[in-house]
Design a protein around this ligand. Structure first.
Ligand code: GLC
Ligand code: CA
Length: 556
């Protein structure tokens, strides 16, 4: 049922004061010992998330799927994959989460379906089937070869031959993920009906996978932010989202500061916020991209990205705040230190991210400082992207050793190793054999140990999440960057109604002498710190390795 009217634009929306938590179901908790996480496992861990204080879960896909891309290849949009559970389990998850003040935001993949979807089976059996036009088909080129040279994201060509219909279909990701033809109105109607079907079950919204790719124009070789993208997003909003108290987050590797407000400007009637990756791409090898060994971390470049995005969303739109997800390496390994300073740097990164303006997202295991996996052999990998690229990279002259270096730096399986609950067998994730090996460090890095420590990472996250929930200045305060050219320190202020928060963080494993810029100088109450409590932000500060803290000045 749609609500009577939309909530007022001036009121704080629930998702602005809330923190999201992403669950990758395959790797979170296995309830039945088959080595694969499932919905019953998630339900058994909801108290962990309630204690953390999150407001909603972004649930990676749980729909029926042959799992070529672990569920980002959906074969039935209205069913749950048997390995994850049943629709009844899902409804129970929504209800049990709601009892703990947590909403369920579903990941939804509508740029493509699975090649096992009945639509695609019909589409590839006959040109006459109505579903044929639900996908993107082109006749062979004059030489009989594919109609274009575009490469797929997971390696190999993007055009795939189907003899039954004598045509090629377009698949941006793997051949098992044929792109849907958004120019077909019947297809769009089906998608909106399906969205309403889930929303009517009481979910809290959607995370929309690679949404900037709908509305593409393959003939003009425009794959991202194509000519009809915003027309379709506005239609989607009218047909499924309008009048509902939900959150919608679009994922895009193409959205830029110039285009961001087209998606999430208040009056656009499209989405609430975007996941953008400029900070991620800024850290990659300049020529080889994510498969090259990354250059040393450059804090100034990192700050430029965040400062720019904070400025873009200062008056309109809304930022998402994250360093980690199921496609990215573990943040403490990339931007912090996963050895000696693991705990300090995990807390430092959280402090910097959670006190910016926007909605923070915590990826499972981040709240206990889980680290990258350190794979040694190709056969330890499970990810379709890494395995798909292996052949391409070797053909390009990359050695297997170099390839593994790239995988260990940026591969997606880093984030997908099972959640580490205990120091027991398989980290308490499963009683069976996990689908992907458990990280060897689970003896020390696990939920039980971290939560038993009053100075643990979990406790630091819990306090940051509570600050946002309780303090309007954390939600709405204007953002002001400082010391933008400093190579070691990230510093900013938030300001609202005469109150101010100052945030300072040392991003290095060395002590740093930091001269506080005049405009940032203040005294007040220490809101949070990963080292000693500080009341003054002025003069020359001696910062410990990875030290981070925030001070509140003004009344209250
Ligand atoms: C998004 C997902 C990623 C998936 C891809 C194709 O980037 O986050 O996991 O492989 O889209 O659906
Ligand atoms: Ca299971």
């Amino acid at each position: 049922m749609k609500a009577e009217s939309a909530p007022s634009q001036d009121a704080t929306r629930w998702w602005q004061a809330a923190t999201g938590y992403q669950i990758y179901p395959r790797s979170f908790c296995d309830s039945n010992g088959d080595g694969v996480g499932d919905i019953a496992g998630i339900i058994s861990k909801l108290d962990h998330l309630r204690d953390l204080g999150i407001g909603f879960i972004w649930l990676s896909p749980v729909y029926e799927s042959p799992m070529a891309d672990n569920g980002y290849d959906i074969s039935d949009y209205r069913a749950i994959a048997p390995e994850f559970g049943t629709l009844a389990d899902f409804d129970r998850l929504v209800a049990e989460a709601r009892e703990r003040g947590i909403r369920i935001v579903m990941d939804l993949v509508v740029n493509h379906s699975s090649s096992a979807h009945p639509w695609f089976r019909a589409a590839s059996a006959s040109r006459q089937a109505p579903e044929h036009d639900y996908y993107i088909w082109r006749d062979p080129a004059a030489d009989g070869g594919p109609p274009g040279r575009h490469r797929a994201s997971f390696g190999g060509p993007a055009w795939h031959w189907v003899p039954q219909v004598g045509r090629y279909y377009f698949g941006q990701f793997s051949p098992e993920q044929p792109d849907l033809n958004w120019d077909n109105p019947a297809l769009r109607r089906q998608i909106y009906q399906m969205m309403n079907w889930w929303l009517d079950r009481g979910i809290g919204g959607f995370r929309l996978d690679v949404i900037s790719m709908i509305g593409k124009d393959v003939d003009a070789e425009i794959y991202e932010e194509g000519p009809r993208l915003h027309t379709y997003l506005q239609e989607m909003h009218r047909e499924a989202f309008a009048g509902r108290d939900i959150v919608t987050v679009g994922e895009s590797w193409a959205v830029s500061p110039e285009t961001a407000l087209l998606y999430c400007g208040r009056d656009r009637g499209e989405l609430d916020m975007m996941f953008q990756f400029a900070h991620v791409v800024a850290g990659w090898h300049p020529e080889l991209g994510k498969w090259g060994t990354p250059p040393p971390f450059d804090l100034r470049r990192f700050k430029r990205v965040f400062n720019q995005w904070q400025a873009v969303m200062a008056e309109d739109g809304w930022n998402s705040l994250f360093l980690s997800n199921h496609d990215l390496p573990r943040q403490v390994s990339v931007y912090g230190d996963d050895g000696e300073f693991r705990v300090a740097s995990a807390k430092m990164l959280a402090t910097v991210m959670h006190l910016m303006k926007g909605t923070p997202f915590v990826y499972q295991g981040e709240e206990i400082g889980m680290t990258n996996a350190h794979f040694e052999r190709i056969d330890q990998l499970r990810d379709v992207e890494a395995l798909g690229h292996y052949a391409d990279q070797i053909a390009n002259g990359v050695t297997p050793e170099e390839f593994m270096a790239g995988v260990n730096a940026n591969g997606r399986d880093n984030a997908r190793t099972p959640m580490q609950w205990t120091d027991g067998p398989q980290a308490g994730f499963t009683t069976g054999t996990p689908w992907l090996e458990v990280n060897r460090n689970h003896g020390t890095v696990n939920v039980a140990a971290d939560r038993a420590d009053p100075d643990g990472i979990f406790e630091h996250y819990r306090r940051l999440i509570a600050l946002r929930r309780d303090m309007p200045i954390v939600v709405h305060g204007a953002y002001r960057p400082f010391a933008e050219d400093h190579r070691a320190v990230f510093a900013y202020a938030r300001e609202l109604d005469g109150r101010r928060i100052g945030v300072v963080a040392n991003f290095t494993r060395d002590p740093v002498e930091f001269d506080v810029p005049e405009g940032l100088a203040m005294t007040g109450r220490c809101l949070i710190s990963n080292a000693r409590a500080r009341q003054a932000l002025s003069g020359r500060l001696s910062l410990a390795p990875f030290e981070a803290f925030a001070i509140l000045s003004g009344d209250g």
